[in-house]
Write a protein of this length. Structure first.
Length: 462
């Protein structure tokens, strides 16, 4: 399986090289040259597998240059760190199926991909006797999951930018209390979008990228999306077993479009997905695009679901590539327009095409708290604020003819303040977070300035 850039100037790249490249050298995002199409019989057979074997089978369709025995070992090792035997279990509460993606080391869905990617990086670097300096920006959960995925690993340093004062206290502590020598936390005076722009600018300097062997661990790395495809197949089978229904909707809280894009790829592979229900908070650029065809940048607003406080969805370009039927030249022109004006061209015909696969709602803080409160009162189950936006969206948009799976993207203990506002009590604290406030921490506060970040990397890179 070869990989190519959304912008058309990079292609013919094997999976291993695509993983190490991260962002394509032409500024685009890498995609497989084709998406494998599975038959109903193939999907039924996959449904009989446990999570690890399912992950191996799906990832092996795309990672064709890694020996099967090595890939199986990487998958097994990656999911050994999860505390639930089903890795991503599905529970049924109040008419909604909750896909719990928070049983990994940092209690967030990012662990599903980043435990795998961290092991994959180490494997590929050892094979080539190479080194890597990972650079990424986070709105909260990617940072800690990435750090836990590569902490202490050989031949890897990691530099993570997070917006100072704009992540939850637990998210901050999960990042900054990892003090391994290869981990560097940078709190920037700005927003996540500022951090992501710095990362993309630095990756866009191909000479600098190659000189310091920069690697990407954000969802711009295709391996992130690939690992997330697996749990759509897993959840679909679990719900079909319980309901007998073949077509299922998924409600997905998202700000960066990576998690829901994995669902879109699963659907293109043949998984019987009905609608993808995209949930945003008040930072609703994706909702406006789906409902109105308006993709224009606004001011980032702090909310109770900070991991979604994003106005530029860095993974959105991959979907645009398919929306434009693979027209790389048109996509490159669109992205140039977006970079210059902060908005994409409107096209009503394309907007109608979008709504065949997606529906979307924007859920504000009051509705988020109300959903956490009502869901807890009715079921005893505690939602984190991001998952609550997904549940609220499902209640608004689900047609009732198909079961709905809502992706639970984080453990509620990561957002205890919001939960306490909603239900009057803190959620139970998992053992992995016990005493985290007392642990040694390390972080450097810096301006959201590309040159200062470059200088820091130069001073601390491998």
């Amino acid at each position: 399986m070869d990989y190519q850039s959304t912008r058309g100037k990079v292609g013919g790249i094997p999976f291993s090289k695509a993983v190490l490249m991260g962002l394509a050298d032409d500024g685009g995002l890498l995609l497989p040259a084709e998406i494998p199409r599975l038959t109903p019989g193939d999907i039924d057979a996959l449904g009989k597998l446990d999570y690890r074997e399912l992950a191996f089978q799906i990832i092996s369709l795309y990672a064709t240059d890694i020996p099967a025995a090595d890939l199986r070992e990487l998958v097994d090792r990656s999911y050994a760190a999860f505390t639930h035997p089903d890795i991503t279990p599905v529970v049924h509460k109040d008419g909604v199926f909750i896909l719990e993606l928070f049983h990994g080391p940092t209690l967030a869905f990012k662990d599903v991909a980043l435990q795998f990617l961290g092991n994959l990086f180490e494997y590929l670097l050892a094979a080539d006797n190479a080194r890597m300096n990972i650079l990424g920006a986070t709105s909260g959960d990617t940072g800690s999951a990435a750090i836990y995925g590569v902490r202490g690993k050989k031949n890897i340093n990691i530099f993570i930018l997070h917006p100072h004062g704009r992540v939850s206290p637990i998210q901050k502590l999960q990042m900054t209390t990892v003090t391994d020598d290869n981990v560097f936390n940078l709190a920037i005076r700005g927003t996540f979008d500022d951090g992501q722009a710095i990362v993309k600018e630095i990756f866009g300097d191909v000479d600098f990228k190659q000189r310091y062997s920069l690697g990407a661990i954000n969802s711009i790395n295709w391996a992130r999306v690939l690992a997330q495809i697996v749990y759509y197949f897993h959840a679909w089978n679990r719900v079909r077993e319980q309901t007998g229904c073949n077509s299922i909707d998924f409600a997905v809280p998202t700000g960066n479009f990576g998690d829901i894009f994995a669902g879109y790829v699963a659907k293109r592979m043949g998984l019987p997905v009905g609608k993808l229900l995209l949930a945003t908070n008040e930072n609703n650029i994706l909702t406006r695009f789906i409902n109105e065809g308006d993709y224009s940048v606004g001011e980032v607003r702090p909310t109770l679901s900070p991991s979604m406080d994003i106005q530029k969805a860095s993974n959105f370009e991959r979907y645009l590539y398919y929306l434009l039927d693979g027209d790389s030249a048109k996509l490159a022109a669109w992205m140039q327009t977006f970079n210059e004006t902060g908005r994409l061209p409107r096209d009503e015909a394309l907007a109608e095409k979008v709504r065949r696969d997606f529906a979307s709602a924007s859920i504000g803080n009051d509705r988020t708290l109300e959903t956490i409160r009502d869901f807890h009162a009715g079921t005893g189950y505690i939602l984190d604020p991001h998952t609550a936006t997904g549940v609220a969206t499902a209640r608004v948009l689900a047609e009732g003819s198909r079961p709905v799976v809502c992706l639970a993207t984080a453990h509620p203990a990561k957002f205890g303040d919001a939960v306490q506002q909603a239900i009057g009590q803190l959620p139970p604290m998992p053992q992995s977070l016990a005493g985290i406030e007392e642990r040694e921490s390390r972080c450097k506060i810096v301006d959201a300035d590309t040159q200062k970040i470059r200088a820091f990397i130069e001073a601390h890179a491998l």
